[in-house]
Design a protein around this ligand. Structure first.
Ligand code: GLY
Ligand code: MN
Ligand code: MN
Length: 428
């Protein structure tokens, strides 16, 4: 394992909180993700299902977790199923978790082999009246293929048609949105690795370098620091590419006089970080680039001051719209008459077309309860941007912000963001 695992007490506590929220006489089931095929005998790298990980700590394929708080037999209140290893797997893939190691990681005493699931579940299901199943309920998730959880729901509804079925996502989303200190430490570690990668690229960016060379420096730093890689596909966008919000080709030459927008973040122990910085390819901002950068930084700083418990992301977005309008007028990008047209207060959206931030955790766009005000322990991104296609300037600045009782802590405060800091590092 490349990362130091979170202590099992965290996963024990998560299951306790889950058990408190389940209806009486109910059984909850979580499945790991598939190992997805590519072509021939190739596969994608395995990525654990985040809910299964959150409630078990097991980061291995072919894993199932059962939580059955009202089980009459105490040993079935929590049950884990893991893949049974064999000589063939040991030779080709190396060691898988033993039952003892799975107990040590998860704090679950009852561990079966994966292939025993159907038999054990059948015994338990008839002692419960409700089956809680897990599904990805992210509003923007494209449902192109069925996950193991999806297939389980279908088979369960066929095999146990007289049970009541309930959704786990509302419970897991609410629990996962507020981070435990152990999770915050892990996110901090991801942020620190991201910081090191930014420091590395500041030394190598120069006119003529290709965007993918910068990407290569980033992944080099990530992997050597114990990250499995990018928390999401990195955006390394020079010049006009920076105005393409999800630009991931990263294949163009960085030209003298252009800016380069870099949106990247290390994952660590399954947790994400999410940074955006924009620097001049030749190490010196032009005066116009400085003006636009400063406008974005002004919004960043003003919104940061109001991030605290009780505020909603919608309120932050409304305030951002007002500040963006002010800055865009100042930049002469918006004109007073634009504001006087119908929906003039939305005119800024032509130059800032995404939200001011999102929750961050096991997912980059992390799960949460819709419209819920911010609470202590939540982590969100703060990412204002201005994209002026007419001028080939796209600037976004993004840090990860922890909500604390009296306001917030910027987990990326140590990553250079001021114009003079960036210029002086690039010239040193
Ligand atoms: N990198 C994805 C985002 O900033 O939301
Ligand atoms: Mn983001
Ligand atoms: Mn980002």
């Amino acid at each position: 394992m490349k990362y130091t695992p979170i202590n099992k007490s965290f996963f024990i506590q998560n299951r306790r909180k889950l058990a408190e929220r389940l209806d009486a006489s109910s059984i909850a089931v979580f499945h790991s993700n598939d190992v997805y095929p590519t072509n021939a005998d190739g596969t994608m790298p395995f990525r654990q299902n985040n809910d299964l990980f959150y409630f078990s700590g097991i980061d291995q394929e072919d894993t199932i977790l059962i939580v059955f708080p009202d089980s009459v037999e105490a040993k079935y209140k929590e049950v884990l199923f893991i893949i049974e290893t064999n000589e063939h797997i040991a030779i080709w893939e190396g060691n898988k978790l033993t039952k003892d190691k799975a107990r040590e990681l998860s704090g679950i005493e009852t561990v079966f082999w994966f292939h025993e699931f159907d038999t054990v579940f059948k015994q338990l299901a008839y002692d419960a009246t409700t089956i809680y199943c897990d599904q990805n309920e992210h509003a923007r998730a494209e449902k192109l293929i069925d996950t193991r959880n999806d297939r389980f729901i279908q088979s369960c509804k066929t095999n146990y048609p007289l049970h009541t079925f309930k959704r786990l996502a509302p419970i897991s989303n609410a629990l996962r949105s507020v981070k435990d200190p152990a999770e915050i430490d892990t996110i901090r570690k991801a942020c620190d690795i991201t910081k090191d990668a930014f420091a590395r690229v500041l030394k190598t960016i120069k006119p003529g370098v290709r965007e993918y060379e910068i990407e290569a420096d980033i992944i080099y730093e990530f992997v050597r620091k114990g990250s499995r890689g990018h928390a999401y596909q990195p955006i390394i966008a020079s010049g006009a590419n920076a105005c393409v919000l999800h630009y991931i080709q990263n294949d163009q030459v960085c030209n003298d006089g252009d800016l380069i927008l870099m949106d990247f973040g290390a994952e660590y122990g399954n947790y994400a970080s999410d940074l955006t910085r924009v620097v001049p390819v030749n190490g010196k901002f032009t005066s116009r680039q400085k003006e636009v950068y400063t406008a974005v930084l002004n919004v960043f700083k003003e919104i940061k001051k109001i991030i605290k418990p009780g505020v909603t992301l919608q309120e932050l977005n409304i305030q951002t719209g007002k500040l963006m309008t002010r800055e865009l007028l100042q930049l002469n990008v918006l004109k007073q008459e634009d504001l006087e047209k119908p929906n003039g207060e939305q005119a800024y959206k032509r130059y800032f077309m995404h939200g001011i931030g999102h929750h961050l955790g096991l997912d980059v766009h992390d799960v949460h309860v819709k419209n819920e005000p911010l609470k202590e322990g939540m982590v969100i991104t703060l990412e204002p941007g201005i994209y002026i296609r007419e001028e080939n300037i796209g600037i976004r600045l993004e840090n990860d912000i922890l909500i604390v009782s009296n306001g917030n802590i910027d987990l990326m405060e140590h990553i250079p963001i001021e114009i003079d800091q960036i210029e002086s590092i690039m010239h040193s």
